[in-house]
Unconditional design. Sequence first.
Length: 307
Amino acid sequence: MGVMEHPEELYSLEPIADEVPAGLHLVAALTGFVDAGGTVAQITATLADGPSAQLVGAFDLDALLDYRARRPVITFEQDHITAVSMPRLALHLVRDELGQPFLFLSGYEPDFQWDRFVRAVIALADRFAVADVTWVQAIPMPVPHTRPIGLTISGTRRELAQSLSVWRPETQAPANVLHLVEHRLADRGDVVVGLVMLVPHYLADTEYPDAAIAALSAIGSTTGLILPTEALRDEARDFIARVDEQVGGNPELQRLVAALEERHDTYMAGNPLGSPLTGADGEMPTADSIAAELERFLADRRDDDPR
């Protein structure tokens, strides 16, 4: 048998792992493949970097990541390096706004050893006898920012998909490693839910607070957890005000956003469209002008960000 063949050898646990109660919810959110609107990054900052988070275990990134694709970040001050920020892939014990504990798996999606990583995640789920697994992803879609963030739900809780999914396609798409986790858990008969947030594609390359708020609310719908959103809501009000100001000052952008709104509203009203992304003629509405115009706004926002 080769080195590190057992999935449990991919991670190490902290002493607190022995104090984690059985039957908690496990929430997972990994970045690296696609994270429209910085949704997963914002969730991670809210939960894993929050004041209640306690490290339960960490994965061996030397075995799982390609550092040339996900390079560590250094802090350089004039003539020397003062810090090196390494990527992470870790499990935390977190408490919600009511003090309810849950487990949160976050960090970079592995580049290598997907099968062993999936078996390791399932081994952790078994070790802690988790009640269920909920995972989150966010993808870009040609939908308007003036409407609530929609989502697609997969997994074993069909009632949630029926009540909350706004888009239920039959399609093939590139997989996230958590798709594989979901598939394996569902095959075992475990309770698992996948939440895919549908983020306006012209805001996909910046941190879009409303997307993170919607994701945290969706996690609450599947688990009953009350997750913190107050700070994100403050950011969202300012962000949307600035986007609306940019769009309001450009008639062409107003027409393009209105076209996205019309198609969205028609679809949500139940008219026989193939998807919320296309009109009756089957053509996807272009929003290239929106992306080009808002690119300047987003660049200005990043320049003004003190972080």
